[in-house]
Design a protein around this ligand. Sequence first.
Ligand SMILES: C[S@@+](CC[C@H](N)C(=O)[O-])C[C@H]1O[C@@H](n2cnc3c(N)ncnc32)[C@H](O)[C@@H]1O
Length: 207
Amino acid sequence: MSKLYIVGIGPGSAEYLTFRAQKVTSSVEVLIGSKRALKLFPEIRAEKIILDSKNMENSFKQAIGEVKRGRSVALLSTGDPGFSGVLKPVLDLSESIEVEVVPGISSIQLCAAKLLIPWDEANLITLHGKGDSSKLLELLDNGKPTMVLPNFNVNETAKYLLNNGVDSHRKVAVCEKLSYTHERIVEMTLSDVLGEDFSYMCVMVIF
Ligand SMILES: C[S@@+](CC[C@H](N)C(=O)[O-])C[C@H]1O[C@@H](n2cnc3c(N)ncnc32)[C@H](O)[C@@H]1O
C-alpha cells in the first residue's frame, strides 16, 4: 500500500532500533536515509536512496513523489522523528498522502537515561539548525535541568551562555555519540567546555 512511513531509528546503534522500525523497513519498497542510517539495514532488499544532506527538502519531495507513484516508502530519521527530526519539515510540505510515524528512541531520552534524569521534569530544547539561542536563556533559571541539542557545536552554545551572563561554574554534562562504541559522557563546569573538543553529535545538559 502506498504510504510514507517516517521511521525513528534511535540514537545510532542497532541495539536501540525498535521491532516496529525493523518490521516496517523490511516491508517497504523504498528506503531513504543518510548513509549512517541506511547502514543499519544491510539485509533489506528495498531500493535504497541516500538522503541529500545539503538539500533535505529535495529528498523529502522525492519520498513524497515515490508515494504518489504508488510505492511504500520509509524515510529514516535519527532518534525520534518528532523531536527536531524529519516529521515537521515533511508535514510543512502539506502533501495529501498517508503518513505514519514510527517512534524511535531520541538522543534526549538516552541522555536522560544515562544521567538518571526523569525527563518529565526537565526543559527540552533544540537549537539544531536554528540561529536563535535566546530561548535557551529563558529556560535556565526555572530550577529544572535543561537538555539541549546544540546548533552543531557544544562549544558555541557554551560561549553563548557565558557571553550572556550565565555563571562559568554552572554544572553541565555533555553526552557525545550516545550508543556508539566511542560514546563519551562528561560532567564539567560551563567554562571547562571551552577547553574540550566535541563532535556535532552531542546532547548538552545544563543543571
Ligand atoms: C537533526 S537532530 C535529530 C535529533 C533526533 N530526532 C533525536 O530525537 O535525537 C541531530 C542532533 O541530535 C543529536 N544526536 C543525535 N544522535 C545523537 C547521539 N547518538 N548522541 C548524541 N547526540 C545525538 C545531536 O545534537 C545531533 O546534532
